[in-house]
Design a protein. Structure first.
Lengths: 603, 292
């Protein structure tokens, strides 16, 4: 997450004093990047995924499981280990994340354009957990690395190991249950981000998540812990810290495009797919130990990371800096940008003057209305023209469902990239690989056949909200561009097709069958992934969120009161551990016959 | 073109009063790049047979609308070629591509699958020459050879003359690598032992095999041969379907006796990006005429 560099972060008031200057640096650097790279062509299709993992510790005697604050110890060890690995395809790059119980793993070498690369994704994901698990297992039988989108009792009771004091005195934000000691000590950047967000906002974060109303859930439900907090709402679970959002984990995939033009086209076509993939990936039904009425993390982090002041919240169309992508990038899709977002007019004018197309200039103009929340002191004043720190820094401090990443000034090998960011992380390597590979294939399908899936932004936003709803995969309809124009279709129709519309999975199969060069192992693996996506959309397999919900609802000690007790959480996570490490099947999520044979090396 | 539109247009065509190509004993359909023609988002039956029939229909319909009656009267080898240069893959690889992209030959990988409905070596040579000529390419990266009936019951001795032809093109560097389709052991290993240029790949139908045949998988891995996959049926188009399409748009006599002998599906892929650039078909048939 973000740019990691050594040095000391500036305090918020220091950044505030330099905002104009920082904006000027950023715009100049963007212009330099654009001018240098706008005509760049023939970049290969390279791509990669990023997974955020959660460290946990089980206490079998007391039937408890807690978040393990050990990332800071593991990361240097992992770094050393991978330095010694010569084979690029077996090497992992590990990064710290905001919270000390999260580590981020990325393949050291991006995946490439050979079909057989698609058959390496799952093996690479498995390798990442194996690297970490090996160290954890050396020290203890009870420590595990798992794929958890939102730890069920995060913020409830004694939820960490080692235990940390939870009180306003222990939190810069004055949060009641998310103390500063959750934050990774490894890097000053993340702590600075938290502090500056809070200071700029002028208040602690306030997030209300609708509770799932079960038969014994109090009517209305009051979140007792926050009974004195004026920001709570009846029938909602309350979260009161930016850190509540940063502890969530996601799956991100980045694709390199052939040129600037292709990157903008691809970005625009992936935009309407964000809510679709979010819906399919839904994995977070439990918040602060309560079953909620939503299944996804996105809107919650959106509120947690929101740095808007009280005044700014009254402004029209100025949303959280962590929000659904607010606009298309190409001029030809300009008419679909029906939500008029605020932009920094002087920046837009300057960009257009220097030759940037209007719609793209507006996109950057919108990014530049944001303040850079973190600045490392040694980079404050650029000493030369060779890097684009200020632009990239700001770009990385705006979190949308897509991110356009222009080439860095100081690396000629990297091209224009699009980052796809909406998906909740899946419990299993298979699940993450399935969504990743499906998406990668969709990008090839989109470009090969010149698909146009675009719909107005307002409809994409509506889709994003619907995707969050409990069991949205089976219950909701989404605006979608098909053969007869934009209609509301259910997930099954979008993915598997209708009488008129081919459907996304059949489109991928069409593409695959038209390539003559897909080897049998890869073809077989892809088929399992397509079956997963297809059946999940059809409702015959469950999303992670639905399965977790079902687990809780049918647990013997669940009291129909929406409460996920320590014991239920323990059993749930134990089961997830067994499933993700292959010791147990979970036929509601994946048929046992859907076996893949992936390997680390492409041919 | 949707079949509705085709039906409409067909109704507008006048009935054919006399044969359009009475002397023809050879016929070729070359579709050009079909990637732009195919209405990708619509649900259609995507069997290869239906696809080919649809393209043949479109070409015949266009011929009927555009032609002058005498055009093919004396032709013994009738060729239906792409409608305009835009749909053909000429040496301008950038036709029908986004404004700024500049592709060269080296960026592309041409893959060709030849479905033979006859084991006569002459047919294979003619097919390869036709593909090279019409695509205006000096070489093809990959040629896969598929035999009648998935090559069931063919012996090595029956197959070798065909493979020799392929090896010849490889020696001339017109084909860079070639492979076979649906070969099982021991035929596949016998071929590898007996030939000069080993097949670089064996393409099998996973739907038919259900899972990857273990012995074969072991063999290819040991010998550094790729195991590829296809989902093509055992017979891509038969006499009846082929003649049927011609009958729809031409005179009854024009459709008589045609036997499709080779069908080619080709594509070009932008190699370092996995983007299919062009895709199309060749269908070649012959017939004997009882009358002069």
């Amino acid at each position: 997450m973000g740019l990691l560099s050594e040095g000391h972060p500036l305090a918020w008031n220091e950044i505030k004093a330099a905002l104009e200057q920082l904006r000027t640096y950023g715009v100049d650097q963007l212009l330099r990047v654009y001018s240098k790279c706008k005509d760049r062509q023939r970049d290969s299709f390279t791509w990669g995924d990023e997974l955020e993992y959660t460290l946990v510790k089980f206490d079998h005697e007391n039937k408890k499981v807690q978040l393990l604050l050990k990332a800071h110890k593991l990361l240097p060890i992992l770094h050393e280990l991978n330095k010694k690995i010569d084979d690029g395809e077996c090497c992992i790059a590990w990064h710290p994340e905001a919270c000390d119980f999260v580590v981020e793993g990325v393949p050291f070498q991006p995946y490439g354009f050979l079909p057989s690369h698609l058959n390496t994704v799952e093996a690479n994901m498995r390798l990442r957990r194996e690297q970490v698990q090996k160290f954890l297992s050396e020290q203890s039988d009870n420590e595990f690395i798992l794929n958890i989108a939102a730890f069920p009792r995060y913020g409830q009771g004694e939820y960490t190991f080692p235990p940390v004091e939870c009180s306003p005195a222990h939190s810069t934000e004055k949060s009641l249950c998310f103390p500063d000691s959750l934050i990774s000590p490894i890097h000053p950047r993340t702590k600075s981000l938290s502090e500056n967000t809070n200071e700029r906002r002028g208040a602690k974060a306030s997030i209300n998540v609708p509770i799932y109303k079960d038969t014994c859930t109090p009517i209305p439900f009051h979140d007792e812990l926050f009974k004195d907090d004026p920001n709570i709402i009846d029938d909602h679970i309350h979260l009161d810290s930016t850190t509540a959002g940063w502890g969530c984990c996601c799956l991100q995939v980045t694709f390199q495009a052939e040129s600037c033009e292709e990157s903008l086209e691809l970005y625009d076509q992936l935009l309407p797919l964000c809510p679709i993939l979010l819906c399919l990936s839904a994995a977070c039904p439990i918040w602060r130990g309560y079953l909620s009425d939503i299944d996804c993390r996105w809107n919650i982090i959106s509120e947690a990371a929101d740095d808007r002041t009280a005044e700014e919240r009254k402004q029209k169309n100025l949303f959280s800096r962590y929000c659904s992508t607010p606009c298309y990038l190409t001029d030809k899709n300009k008419h679909l940008n029906d939500i008029k977002i605020p932009v920094c007019e002087t920046v837009v004018t300057k960009l257009i003057e220097e030759g940037m197309p209007e719609t793209l200039a507006n996109h950057f103009g919108h990014i530049f209305i944001r303040d850079p929340l973190v600045i490392m002191d040694r980079f404050l004043h650029p000493t030369d023209d060779t890097n684009s720190y200020h632009f990239e820094n700001l770009n990385s401090l705006v979190w949308n469902t897509l991110r356009l990443k222009p080439p860095p000034l100081d690396d000629d090998k990297m091209g224009w990239r699009v980052e796809f960011r909406p998906m909740d992380i899946q419990m299993t390597d298979f699940g993450n690989a399935a969504l990743t590979v499906f998406l990668a294939l969709m990008t090839r399908v989109i470009i090969t056949y010149g698909l146009n899936l675009t719909i107005p932004i307002s409809q994409v936003n509506e889709n994003m909200n619907r995707a969050h709803h409990r069991d949205s995969t089976r219950q909701e309809k989404f605006y979608f561009q098909s053969t007869t124009g934009v209609t509301e279709m259910c997930m099954n129709e979008i993915i598997n097709g209708t009488n008129d519309f081919r459907g996304l999975v059949p489109l991928v199969r069409q593409y695959i069958s038209e390539r003559e060069d897909i080897d049998a192992d890869t073809r077989y693996t892809i088929e399992q992934y397509l079956l997963l996506v297809s059946k999940r959309a059809a409702g015959t397999l469950l999303t992670n969120a639905s399965w977790i919900r079902q687990f809780v609802l049918s647990h013997p000690s669940y009291k129909q009161d929406s409460i996920v007790s320590e014991e239920i959480q323990y059993d749930l996570l134990k089961k997830i551990e067994q499933i993700s490490n292959g010791r147990e099947d979970c036929p509601q999520i994946k048929h046992p016959k859907m076996e893949t044979h992936t390997e680390l090396h492409a041919h | 073109m949707s079949s509705d539109t085709q039906n409409e247009n067909k109704d507008k065509l006048e009935p054919v009063l006399s044969p359009l190509f009475p002397k023809a004993t050879e016929i070729l359909f070359y579709t050009g790049n079909t990637l732009t023609l195919f209405k990708i988002m619509k649900k259609t039956n995507t069997s290869i047979t239906e696809e080919i029939v649809e393209y043949m229909s479109t070409m015949l319909q266009t011929m009927r609308i555009d032609m002058n009656e005498k055009q093919y009267q004396n032709e013994t080898y009738v060729k239906f070629l792409p409608i305009s240069d835009d749909t053909a893959v000429t040496n301008n690889y950038n036709a029908a591509s986004p404004d700024n992209e500049q592709l060269t030959r080296e960026d592309l990988k041409f893959s060709v699958k030849i479905f033979l409905r006859s084991l006569e070596p002459e047919i294979l040579s003619h097919t390869i020459d036709t593909v090279l000529n019409e695509l205006k390419e000096n070489y093809l990266e990959s040629v896969m050879l598929s035999l009648p009936n998935y090559g069931a019951q063919i012996t090595l001795n029956e197959f070798l003359p065909l493979w020799r032809i392929i090896e010849d093109y490889i020696d001339k560097q017109k084909i860079l690598s070639a492979g076979v389709c649906d070969f099982m052991l021991p035929l596949f290993s016998d071929l590898c032992d007996a030939c000069k240029h080993k097949p670089y790949a064996n393409q099998i139908n996973l739907g038919v095999c259900c899972s990857i045949p273990e012995e074969l998988n072991k063999y290819v891995k040991e010998h550094n041969i790729q195991l590829l996959t296809h989902s093509d049926p055992i017979d891509v188009i038969n006499e009846s379907d082929f003649q049927g399409v011609i009958r729809e748009y031409c005179h009854e006599y024009d459709s008589l006796n045609w036997k499709p002998l080779s069908i080619v599906r080709y594509n070009s892929v932008i190699a370092n990006r996995g983007i299919i650039k062009t895709k199309g078909f060749f269908i070649y048939a012959k017939r004997e005429l009882r009358m002069n």
